[in-house]
Design a protein around this ligand. Structure first.
Ligand SMILES: [Zn+2]
Length: 80
């Protein structure tokens, strides 16, 4: 198992922001195909993230990304 849920979450924000490099994106996508909980989570994030991203436009401070990652980790921990 090369890609864990933790790894996936680490990359998820960058992936959704289009900042993840192609190789890492591919690994994340292959994890998502084998991990329904992460897919559900991604859907939730996309839906809720829309509002956030609208407010943030293209600017997302590193601090915001950090707390978003922490939020995502907590959320996944709840689901598992
Ligand atoms: Zn997963």
């Amino acid at each position: 198992m090369k890609h864990t849920c933790n790894d996936a979450l680490k990359h998820l924000v960058d992936y959704l922001e289009g900042e993840l490099d192609p190789e890492a994106s591919q690994e994340l996508e292959s994890h998502l195909t084998a991990c329904p909980p992460c897919v559900r989570f991604l859907d939730t994030y996309k839906t809720t993230g829309k509002v956030c991203r609208k407010a943030l436009e293209r600017e997302m401070p590193d601090e915001m990304k950090q707390s978003l990652r922490a939020f995502l980790r907590d959320k996944l921990a709840d689901n598992s």
